[in-house]
Design a protein around this ligand. Structure first.
Ligand SMILES: Nc1nc2c(ncn2[C@@H]2O[C@H](COP(=O)(O)OP(=O)(O)OP(=O)(O)O)[C@@H](O)[C@H]2O)c(=O)[nH]1
Ligand SMILES: [Mg+2]
Length: 322
């Protein structure tokens, strides 16, 4: 348990190396690391005062410019005195392994800034509990003193809903020229967004403006997000530093909106509750497979060969486990 104490003291003393090591510990699925991580959280909880923080999810298709945007926008906030960290959640990182290197180089200034911290996605997926581990990493960063926590995720498949389930604000980056299908506009991403930023407007400003109008017209038709806030749409360029002030004003407006309602508190409570259920499901499944894995595999195999009813097969497994 010495390790947990050492890391907790390091985090409270604002030692970045300790924070980085603590994150590695939390992301590990080795049982003795898990034990140390639990100890670490109990030590931190005892000492850290609650603080006003904003957790911001940033999503969008690969290459839309999320990392470039975060370098620009994050530096701006860091210069203003905010403590800014950028985390990445990328359940598909085995496939798109290139973005890890990219993150380090693309957010270099922010990672070297005295108020900045950048943590690329873990090299391998943690056992099942990606969402929970990421929540824990957010907790570590808040304990360290970061007040603007960005979580970057590739807007494909499950990862955007995973990130949505752990943030207060959801920001979606769009390309001016890519189709609805590719960007998931029709697949509900817009219902998750609180803020939209049409990036790369420097390439084709007219197309970017058309995309803004299009998004606004979609918002005439669909439900507004969970908070009741009407989503705002911006355009600009992360490379040419355009539109950043407007977006920042939009973010501050949303922050003020959250401050005036109890949405942030209730949402965070709800998220904790959901995370608890999710974690329990994952652990129960792992435990069950640890004991009954052979039997489950045997029955699964028999489904390939025989016309057994699925319900019967499931009931059979559950009975043998009683
Ligand atoms: N012209 C232009 N290029 C941009 C802009 N923002 C980003 N880029 C470029 O787009 C490419 C992808 O940028 P990234 O920031 O890595 O994109 P990403 O969304 O983080 O990509 P993944 O992490 O792989 O999903 C890079 O070559 C950037 O230089 C912009 O506003 N204008
Ligand atoms: Mg990136």
């Amino acid at each position: 348990m010495m390790l947990a104490l050492e890391l907790a003291q390091g985090i409270i003393a604002k030692n970045r190396r300790s924070l980085a090591r603590a994150i590695t510990l939390v992301e590990s699925s080795l049982p003795h690391h898990r034990e140390a991580a639990i100890k670490l959280f109990s030590l931190l909880e005892a000492q850290v005062e609650p603080k006003e923080t904003l957790r911001i999810g940033v999503s969008g298709v690969p290459g839309v410019g999320k990392s470039t945007f975060l370098e620009n926008f994050g530096l701006r906030l860091a210069d203003m005195g905010h403590q800014v960290c950028v985390l990445a959640v990328d359940p598909s990182s085995q496939i798109s392994g290139g973005s890890i290197l990219g993150d380090k180089t693309r957010m270099q200034k922010l990672s070297l800034h005295v108020n900045g911290f950048v943590r690329p996605s873990p090299a391998k997926d943690t056992l099942g509990g990606t969402a929970l581990r990421s929540r824990e990493v957010i907790t570590l960063c808040e304990a360290f003193g970061f007040d603007r926590i960005f979580v970057e995720t590739v807007g494909v498949g499950q990862s955007e809903t995973t990130v949505y389930s752990m943030v207060d604000v959801f920001l979606v980056l769009l390309l001016p020229n890519a189709g609805d299908e590719l960007q998931g506009i029709k697949k509900g991403i817009m219902e998750l967004a609180d803020l939209i930023f049409v990036n790369k407007a420097d390439i084709d400003e007219n197309a970017a403006m058309r995309m803004v109008s299009y998004c606004e017209s979609v918002y005439e038709l669909i439900h507004t997000p969970r908070s009741g806030w009407r989503p705002k749409v911006f355009l600009g360029s992360s490379i040419a530093s355009q539109g950043m002030e407007e977006l920042l004003a939009g973010l501050n407006q949303f922050d003020a909106y959250l401050g005036n309602s109890d949405f942030k508190t209730t949402n965070r409570r709800q998220q904790r509750q959901n995370a608890f259920i999710q974690e329990l499901k994952v652990l129960l499944w792992q435990q069950f497979m640890g004991k009954q894995g052979h039997e489950v595999n045997r029955v699964a195999q028999s489904l390939l060969e025989n016309n057994v009813s699925i319900t019967e097969a499931v009931q059979g497994i559950l009975k043998t486990n009683q």
